[in-house]
Design a protein around this ligand. Structure first.
Ligand SMILES: Cc1cc2nc3c(=O)[nH]c(=O)nc-3n(C[C@H](O)[C@H](O)[C@H](O)COP(=O)(O)OP(=O)(O)OC[C@H]3O[C@@H](n4cnc5c(N)ncnc54)[C@H](O)[C@@H]3O)c2cc1C
Length: 385
């Protein structure tokens, strides 16, 4: 059975996110981008609305509305301010990791705080200066000392790493090379030995912060370990599968905002005595963007639905991410083109949308990595690998 209807709860969450995006996020998005303002107050308000824990159990302070509702919320929020949604997406990933792999004590200590705004947000510290796509090559080490761990190494590109109350940090706990030697740890903000570097001066998402981290003999208690020793790579890959649904939803939201801006501009702006919207060349650009974005939306929601129903969703999450990020990029580029010279200046939002959307083809696995994931599942399915 195919049912495209949303449940009442999903519609309510979508409408709440849409209103918040329109009334709170969108009016500030241009200033946030220009002045690189981190949305701490907005994240607290999202927490109060239950939008930081859409896919988190109610027993841990979440809304427990599921992965589809989460994707719908992200799509709406991203059309208001993409920079705010990257912090929301990472917080959701961190909560889901702790819900699945945390001990009861870890869950009760951190998950409610991630939902109610006390932690502001969470951070996901996997990438390192020398490696991103090849996560199994990471070098940060965690050595057992006494009844705890000593962590040394460095991370790069950590979203909200300077604002998060809690971070998930991956480190090598066994000299065994590759994926099997990795473990994941929960690290509280302010832990001695954790040093936060300078903000990256990014092309887009300028209201979010992206920082390098250094660990110098950072001591962690034994119970900072998430899951079992050696589970780190599996935890990271599972979290990234879910995270890709968040990034794909973010890309869709940005693309839709660009399409809306282009449509209104095309109706108002005249050339050769006619509104741009009357030229077929312009209509085709709008039609292509609308069609591709709708295909992206359905693909992303299908991945979210599979996740929500406990079915394998790795391939669909990667398909959604690669398609939505590339479709949204094209929609933003066409929107800029339709704005002509006005598209190239900061007075209009479309140049920001183009800068913001670009990273969705890079983080949480580049487009190339998504294609590798998709191809691997295909080859396995046809018995070739
Ligand atoms: C704004 C921003 C925020 C981020 N936030 C976080 C965060 O919160 N936490 C975190 O851990 N990381 C974060 N990242 C890091 C991000 O996930 C990585 O940048 C991404 O995974 C790519 O890794 P890399 O930059 O090391 O590129 P590389 O891995 O060096 O890749 C460079 C190029 O080579 C290609 N390539 C690599 N391997 C292959 C292959 N086998 N086949 C074909 N092509 C290949 C890639 O697709 C890419 O085009 C963030 C990055 C940015 C820019």
């Amino acid at each position: 059975m195919i049912d495209f209807e949303l449940s009442e709860e999903q519609r309510l969450i979508q409408a709440t996110a849409r209103d918040f995006a329109r009334e709170v996020l969108q009016p500030q998005a241009r200033n946030r981008d220009r002045d690189q303002l981190f949305p701490a107050a907005e994240l607290r308000r999202l927490a109060a609305l239950g939008l930081l824990g859409v896919n988190v159990p109610q027993s841990l302070g979440g809304s427990e509305a599921g992965a589809v509702a989460y994707a719908l919320a992200m799509m709406e929020l991203a059309s208001g301010c993409a920079a705010t949604t990257v912090a929301v997406a990472v917080t959701n990933m961190v909560s889901e990791i702790i819900v699945k792999y945390g001990s009861e004590a870890q869950q009760h200590e951190h998950v409610p705080r991630l939902q109610n705004g006390e932690h502001v947000c969470g951070a996901f510290a996997l990438s390192e200066p020398h490696t991103g796509s090849d996560a199994a090559a990471l070098k940060t080490s965690a050595a057992r000392v006494g009844d705890g761990w000593i962590v040394n190494g460095s991370k790069q590109w950590i979203t909200s790493g300077d604002h998060s109350g809690v971070l998930v940090v991956w480190a090598r706990t066994s000299p065994a090379g590759g994926a099997r030697g990795l473990s994941a740890f929960l690290v509280k903000a302010g832990t001695p030995g954790l040093f936060i570097g300078k903000h990256e001066d990014k092309m887009g998402l300028r209201g979010s912060t992206t920082v390098p981290l250094t660990f110098e003999d950072m001591k962690l208690p034994a119970d900072a370990l998430l899951g079992r020793e050696g589970d780190g790579f599996k935890i990271a890959m599972e979290a990234l599968d879910g995270g890709r649904i968040g990034v794909a939803s973010q890309a869709y939201g940005i693309g839709r905002a660009a399409l809306q801006a282009a449509t209104s501009y095309a109706r108002e702006r005249k050339a050769f005595g006619n509104p741009l919207a009357e030229f077929q060349a312009i209509q085709w650009m709008l039609a292509d963007s609308a069609t591709e974005l709708e295909a992206a939306r359905l693909l992303v929601l299908r991945g979210a639905w599979l996740k929500e129903h406990g079915q394998p969703f790795t391939r669909e999450a990667s398909m959604g991410k690669v398609y939505a990020s590339e479709a949204a990029w094209r929609a933003c580029d066409r929107a800029l083109q339709i704005h002509g010279g006005n598209g190239y200046v900061r007075e209009y939002d479309v140049e920001r949308h183009l800068r913001d959307v670009r990273v969705t083809r890079i983080y949480e696995g580049t487009s190339e990595v998504q294609r590798i994931v998709i191809a691997r599942t295909l080859l396995r399915e046809f018995g070739i690998q």
